[in-house]
Design a protein around this ligand. Sequence first.
Ligand code: ATP
Ligand code: MG
Length: 603
Amino acid sequence: MTKPATPATEQDHKPSNFLRQIIENDLAQGTYASRRWAGSPGDAAHHAKGAPDPAKIRTRFPPEPNGYLHVGHAKSICINFGLARDYGGVCHLRFDDTNPEKEDTEYVNSIIDAVKWLGFDWSQLGQTPGTSAAYQASDYFDFMYRAAEALIEAGHAYVDEQTPEEMRVNRGDFSKPGENSPFRSRTPAENLTRFREMRRGLLADGAAVLRAKIDMASPNINLRDPAIYRIRRATHHNTGDTWCIYPMYTFAHPIEDALEQITHSICTLEFEDQRPFYDWLMDRLCECGLLAAPAPKQYEFSRLNLTYVITSKRKLAQLVNESKVNGWDDPRMPTIVGLRRRGYTPESLQLFAERIGVTKSDSWIDYSTLEGCLRESLENTAHRAMAVLDPVKLVLTNWDEVMGAGHLEPCTQPALPHAEEGAEVPTRHFKIGKEVWIERDDFAEVPPKGYKRLYSGNKVRLKGGYVIECTGCTKDADGNITEVLATIIPDTKSGTPGSATVKASAAITWVGVNDGLQAEVRMYDRLFTDAQPDAGGKDFLAALNPDSLKVVTAYVEPSLANVPAGAHFQFERHGYFVTDRVDHAGDKLVFNKITGLKDTWAK
Ligand code: ATP
Ligand code: MG
């Protein structure tokens, strides 16, 4: 591996991939070191954020602000911001807002929040303090317009006034070359006049488009004179009604990259066929003197496909609009706001992005990989707690006699049992009395084979408390178990010398009836039962998991009083939980289940 010219900060520990190799090679070769400031001087857009340091790599994350970001975007964010961080470069958050009808500032703000929350501080990544935190394509509309005129003047673009239907037919298809438009031979002067009329609003929406003049017979259909400007009378969320013509994405995107001096323009594989046009446009604009070489280069990686998850913005919107979920931030949604509310941490998503890596071949990642990253991120940080999710009362029938009537015995447990020696670990305090809550399935009237928990005659430890011996249960008239009965064995308290004197066949979790707190626990599971719910045109709504949310009333230990919203815990034996960002309040405990301690979906 070639050593990078720029001192690396973190990449030494990271597994290599083809993008890292390209970047390391470019840094070693000094590919971009001699670059000068692209574009013509005086362009306000260029100077707004300060001149870049040419020795640095520059990447960008370019969402269209037309929806909420999802786990696939998280991968792209981690790649782009992560590479910039690891190679001492910069990464631009850029709104690709060339499509005025669909975009909205609500989405702009949610995207900014998502990137910040994921842990990427772009004030450190290339944005000049005191300026707007993000770049936006619409800031370059003036330059794009000039670029279009320059292409026309050089004979590389023409105004086509065929009907959309004629254009479609004349484009040909994979087996048939396209046909030249009758407008293709217009002179640059004619084209310039007509284009300016487009801009002045003299033509109706859809009456004409500006097309690049490349090759109607190209085997790559994207090179058959692609449209680069269209007429659309729509108010833009940034530029208002200044424009009635808007650049097409394929034309705008390379220009945005070039103006921001992006070095590595990293996108998903579906843009591979667009790369020849990207390069064509860069070459023509360099020839015209509007841009300076070396131009940015596009590299493609495979998008994230995650089992049990859909990432189509349209289908996610359908789930929200048809109330299949409770909004964009429903904890079952794969949106970044949903994952956050569910309890996923920025560290877990960064770890996930790293673990799945970057490749050029399409594949499916198993959902359990994401859950595994969450467990890893919380294993050593989430405080432990006991919670009883399906409570039944356990009565210690000899309590009054051996411990004293009404006595409550204080117990303690470490919040982090596996903390390093010397680390300051808070201690959890709770009390045991005559009655405690236990899980209903920790008692069996007739124990199945191998069952080690409570059944008549068996001894079990109440975790952090005493060893008890089960004596049976009481039932109501319908035969439902109302109480489990046991006797406490004195002098067996955890942490005392007597704790080892009596052998218990299992340790079970519990919460004191006296000091336990009632909590609402939202037991979330996968939203779909089918690993590929929308593959091959399947009806994804038919695969919705009817049990993706079950709400239970649970009891939790008193150390969880007054915990803030968004706090993570490991409920012993149950899994990872988080206090709900929206509904949890001081006097109302609401926990979301993030994931269990082990993968229960594995075959
Ligand atoms: P649309 O269909 O509306 O274009 P999109 O998901 O492509 O939706 P963009 O806002 O254009 O949304 O995406 C921003 C960036 O995120 C793009 O560079 C895109 O390649 C990347 N991206 C989108 N989906 C995924 C995914 N599943 N995996 C990895 N990257 C993705
Ligand atoms: Mg897109």
